[in-house]
Design a protein around this ligand. Structure first.
Ligand SMILES: Nc1ncnc2c1ncn2[C@@H]1O[C@H](COP(=O)(O)OP(=O)(O)O)[C@@H](O)[C@H]1O
Ligand SMILES: O=P(O)(O)OC[C@H](O)CO
Length: 496
């Protein structure tokens, strides 16, 4: 059959998606499934890697059953994934030895505190571009090896494998034949030297992690392996891109020039600026990371990571139950008639950039007897926008590059209250592309390039969908933001 399509697997923090794109980059079909989240202790977030794999199989089945597309029409597959989330499995049984530790999870905060106390911050920063934090995979691996009985011995005997979700899915789809990751996911482990482009022996030695656990690191547009014995495909389909979801969104937004920037509002929010061929090491605790590697050339990026964005809306839905659906949050925020003087600091799993406070926990300020559910929803959405401003201001300070407009994508960008308030507090226009599946398009694009389905990375035109223009006067903007700064400061004081 004619190979008409590229299939993207987008394995996110809260759901797995499969999307088919045609040659023009149009989304032909999509299937999505949420999977369970586990919160065993304060600040801990876990997944079951087998449930993730089942959710991926389930969305693939849905996609082919409902779209009419045939597996034999798929030219290539791209896999993009929640980054940092750590799976350790036994290569003989194929079974994970523990729950996957999710990127948001704080199990390994003590290991990080010890590394910081021992003076290793600069050591890690200059090699990996990262700050020492439980966010990244390295200390999560160490935690699993310390806490699962006999894990260290098994690892030293060569029986255990580590992977982020890209690697886990590649291994499953190829029936254990391919054990690899890509530079973007590797650059989030805190084990990968982003300048020398290799697993860093000194870090592995320091953390006592056997190199035999680690996957081969590959570039972003090449064949990683072929589907094997996999009944949906019935034949070998090449897997031609692996890529962390935030970098895939950068590619999907076609931010290929230095200085171009995007924010993806999913579970967390991640602001990434393309910084070109040379890594820019931040003096303000932004992360230096790899944007992509094409034709043997690495492009670097600067990133600000917000741990809680759309997941504050999930918390309002599932935790405090003042919403039934995430999309109700828009109407409720518009209904609130406070003077924007309630601040919700969603530090449920600490604070990411630019604060990097592992111990902070959430807080609400400014409550009165008149405060209602609409007001809390509005404050939660506003917090996403203030956190984004924290990072864009830091990026401008750090690079000297002022940001004329912001490209956005991700599930929460469906909320027009959020988008308008974001434009207002930043005082820059916000552009949301017409086709919001930007992350999936990024992985599809690079998978398609690898096999000649597309000839160059700008061949497919992406349309601007909606533009939100800022509409708030300077005095009010500054007053509101000062309130946020006070709220974050107070939250951190309480949490110490
Ligand atoms: N209309 C909405 N308003 C605000 N948040 C939303 C809305 N729709 C979805 N979300 C939030 O967006 C997130 C899902 O976005 P998605 O890009 O699928 O995330 P992920 O890839 O992290 O799983 C959820 O946290 C959800 O609460
Ligand atoms: O699942 P998302 O879309 O929130 O993305 C998670 C990030 O990759 C974590 O670094």
């Amino acid at each position: 059959m004619e190979k008409k399509y590229i299939l993207a697997i987008d394995q996110g923090t809260t759901s797995s998606r499969a999307i088919i794109f045609d040659k023009k980059g149009n989304k032909i079909a999509v299937a999505q499934k949420e999977f369970p989240q586990y919160f065993p202790k304060s600040g801990w977030v876990e997944h079951d890697a087998n449930e993730i794999w089942q959710s991926v199989q389930s969305v693939l089945a849905d996609l082919f059953i409902h779209s009419g597309a045939q597996p034999s029409e798929i030219a290539a597959i791209g896999i993009t994934n929640q980054r940092e989330t750590t799976v350790v499995w036994n290569k003989n049984t194929g079974l994970p030895i523990s729950h996957a530790l999710v990127w948001q999870s704080r199990q390994s905060a003590d290991i990080c505190d010890q590394l910081i106390a021992d003076g290793y911050e600069n050591f890690f920063h200059k090699k990996t571009g990262l700050v020492i934090d439980a966010y990244f995979s390295a200390t999560k691996i160490r935690w699993i090896l310390d806490n699962v009985p006999t894990a260290q011995e098994m690892a030293e005997a060569g029986d255990l494998l580590f992977g982020t979700i890209d690697t886990w899915l590649l291994w499953k789809l190829t029936n254990g034949e391919s054990f690899a990751t890509d530079v973007t996911n590797a650059s989030r482990t805190m084990l990968y030297n982003i300048v020398e482009e290799k697993w860093d022996e000194e870090i592995l030695h320091l953390l006592n992690i056997p190199v035999s656990m680690l996957p081969e690191v590959r570039k972003n547009s090449e064949i990683y392996g072929y589907t094997k014995d996999f009944h949906f495909f019935g034949e070998s389909v090449p897997i031609a891109n692996l890529m962390g979801d935030q970098q895939a969104a950068l590619v999907g937004q076609q931010c290929f020039e230095e200085g171009m920037i995007k924010n993806t509002y999913g579970t967390g929010a991640f602001i990434i600026m393309n910084t070109g061929e040379n890594p820019h090491f931040s003096e303000n605790k932004l992360l230096t990371t790899i944007a992509y590697k094409l034709d043997d050339k690495v492009t670097y990026a600067l990133e600000g990571s917000i741990f809680i964005a759309g997941s504050v809306v999930q918390w309002l839905r599932d935790g405090v139950k003042i919403l039934t659906h995430a999309d109700q949050s828009e109407e409720m925020a518009y209904k609130s008639d406070t003077d924007d003087d309630i601040y919700l600091v969603p530090a449920f799993t600490g604070l990411g950039a630019p604060y990097w406070n592992q111990n902070a926990r959430g807080a609400i300020f400014g409550l009165t007897r008149a405060t209602n559910d609409n007001d809390l929803v509005k404050a939660a959405l506003q917090a996403i926008c203030y956190q984004t401003k924290d990072i864009l201001d830091t990026m401008t300070n750090d690079t000297g590059i002022s940001i004329p407009s912001l490209r956005v994508d991700g599930g929460a960008t469906a909320n027009s209250y959020l988008m308008q308030f974001q434009a207002d507090v930043l005082n820059v226009p916000i552009r949301r592309p017409e086709n919001a599946e930007t992350t999936a398009f990024g992985t599809a694009l690079l998978a398609g390039l690898a096999i000649g389905f597309w000839k160059n990375k700008t061949e497919v035109e992406r349309m601007d969908g909606k533009l939100y223009q800022p509409n708030m006067d300077k005095e009010r903007r500054e007053k509101l933001y000062q309130g946020w700064v006070r709220a974050v400061t107070a939250t951190q004081t309480f949490s110490k």
